[in-house]
Design a protein around this ligand. Sequence first.
Ligand code: GAP
Length: 452
Amino acid sequence: MSESVPETVDMDKIVSLCRRRGFIFPSSEIYGGLSSCWDYGPLGVELKRNVKDAWWQAMVRERDDMVGIDASILMHPQTWVASGHVDGFADPLVDCKNCRMRWRSDDLAENKCPACGGELTEPRMFNLMFKTFMGPVEEQASVVYLRPETAQGIFVNFQNVLNTTRKRLPFGIAQIGKSFRNEITVGNFIFRSREFEQMEVEYFVKPGTDKEWFDYWVQERFNWYIKMGIKKEHLKLRQHDKTELAHYALDCYDVNYLFPMGWAELEGIANRGDFDLGQHAKYSGKSLDYFDEEAKEHINPYVIEPSAGVDRSVLAFLVDAYDEDVAEGEKRVVMRFHPGIAPIKVAVLPLSRKEHLAAFAKEIYADLRRHWMVQYDDAQSIGRRYRRQDEIGTPLCVTVDFQSLEDKQVTVRERDSMKQIRIPISELQKTLAAKLAGEDILVLPPGGQVWK
Ligand code: GAP
């Protein structure tokens, strides 16, 4: 029996909305763009920041067993020898003898060029690390790499963190930052690019407890996406079989998401055993073990690694939020973002640009923007403005009308249900905070009423 596949949106619609509304642009577009590189626009940068903040909040700030770091992108080149990347971080590359297109041979179903059907060369291994030179002389001795993962910045700082925080096992170190991979094939918008951001944790545990912690992190990370609004039926866990495990991994699960091109990896959770600390201890000659006070012995911690892509998460949040429905007889595109992820939380919309009303509305705007990312929009009809806010996923709109000047009340309209309430301005900030935290729009503050 074939598996039923939940519906998802076309990638073209997402790309076009991102371009149209200023979420994401092709990099260096005025020069024709640069393959697989993307620039986050005014809304995209807020969205991306919210994704990273939500992750940091859940992974670092709300936990006693986690601390953060921000390591440099350029690291001592020996790091990548020890980690296995210099020798092993390579994909099999084939060229088409006819049209010269390049492919990853392990991506191809048949041994011929997918573009023209031409004959392919024998595969040769292609290292994915970007190389550059440190200092003015371009010679082998000055080669450094742009990091292909943030993880190694954590491992090389293990002792620094241990010595300065007095953390005991189990504990984790979290990091968010850019990584670079000279991928052979890129595409599907921001899904696979050569410059991207990762959100990684290395969680250090006592050997023997690693399986238990591995299961814990697989569940924890799966549930985080659901908590942040991703539909459960669009998420799946997939265990790697032994043949596909990375050189360092004892076990690995992917959190897969139903992207427009099909199910694909959003995040990987790996049991890295004691590989990394062991390798860095060997290559640096420094001790990276841990003294267990209870057992009075030195141990080599095992590591569980939840490793997520920021850009892939942004894409998943965009795809999952996208919806089309009909509002007042008109088709509307609505981005149903979780309020924590939405780039703009509240829009303030004065019904007219008349000076005394605008000044009053701007006071409300000035007050609210101390708490959230708020947009002020006074252009075109109120219906058009609601549609615009729906399309960028703003959860709440505050409409200020002439009556507001008299009764000191405003209308609050909720994006998903389009229901409205009229409430005193004195209750506005508290009410918006409650609605953004998930309270039903029809729960009224003192003096409020349902608005038709
Ligand atoms: N430290 C382990 C590690 O880097 P990975 O599975 O290679 O593992 C982790 O990468 C996550 O980073 C992936 O699940 C994905 O979300 C993101 N990622 C990896 N390569 C990427 C690329 N070329 N473009 C965008 N995101 C990428």
